[in-house]
Design a protein around this ligand. Structure first.
Ligand code: UDP
Length: 239
């Protein structure tokens, strides 16, 4: 019988909450559904969650750089985009009765608490969900790297990476290669070697160094957050 996790860090990429409307950036209904699942898993299984939000539904630094922008400005815009997503989750989680605290790697003190690892751990102990915004607060990083870093700092033993259009890690892009194989287990080294593009190399290297396992699964499938929190072997497990 699998045991539920006491603590997990869930990385939600911006793409997972992207609105289908060209006039909108965040799909509030999707945020609400994910928040409801997180709150239910917390309530029913006793799992304490921390979240790291991406920002790709709004802005990515690389887009600005490709258009000739300065990297720091372009990346700061990306980090601010993650703050917008974090606030959407804060609002939704509160509505579902799970007390949120947004902690930002960039100081925006009227809107979020500054990131202080010890304070984050204290929030978790008090039964609050910690929402980490603005990545690690430095340009030229990704929120995947931030997810690994924050999991380590919050002493969380597992990282969940939510995808939105595939069920985990495949041997090739399953949308282009229908015979691609879904891995149930994979080592960090294999993923890097085969260039499977699951996460960036900095995130992997850190996860491998600190022995942080990563479960990658589709959060667009209702019930998957709870299944993963309950310890079920869904998607791909990397260690
Ligand atoms: N970013 C950054 N430092 C960080 C995390 C993110 O500069 O520590 C910027 C970077 O420009 C990135 C953008 O924020 O493109 C949005 O993050 P990411 O691309 O990781 O979001 P996701 O793909 O997960 O939605």
């Amino acid at each position: 019988m699998p045991q539920p996790f006491q603590r997990v860090l869930l990385k939600v990429s911006g793409e997972a909450i992207r609105s289908n409307s060209p006039h909108d950036t965040v799909d509030e209904a999707v945020v609400d559904r994910i928040a409801a699942e997180i709150a239910a898993a917390h309530h029913d299984l006793g799992t304490h969650f921390a979240l790291v939000l991406g920002g790709g539904n709004i802005w990515r630094g690389a887009v600005g750089v490709a258009a000739g922008m300065n990297q720091t400005d372009a990346d700061n815009m990306g980090m601010l985009a993650t703050v917008i997503n974090a606030l959407a989750f804060k609002d939704a989680l509160r509505r579902h009765g799970y007390e949120p605290r947004v902690m930002s790697g960039l100081e925006i003190h009227r809107v979020c608490e500054p990131w202080i690892a010890e304070r984050g751990r204290r929030h978790l102990e008090k039964g609050r969900v910690v929402i980490c915004a603005a990545g690690i607060g430095e340009p030229d990083f990704t929120t995947d790297t931030a997810a690994v870093q924050r999991a380590i700092e919050l002493e969380i033993p597992v990282l969940f990476k939510g995808t939105h259009n595939v069920d985990g890690v495949y041997s090739a892009d399953p949308h282009q290669h229908p015979d691609a194989k879904l891995y149930d287990k994979l080592s960090y080294a294999e993923a890097l070697e085969r260039r499977l593009g699951v996460m960036d190399a900095t995130a992997f290297t850190k996860a491998e160094k600190r022995q942080l396992p990563i479960r990658i699964f589709n959060i667009a499938v209702a019930g998957n957050i709870r299944r993963a929190a309950a310890g079920e072997a869904i998607g791909t497990y990397m260690s």
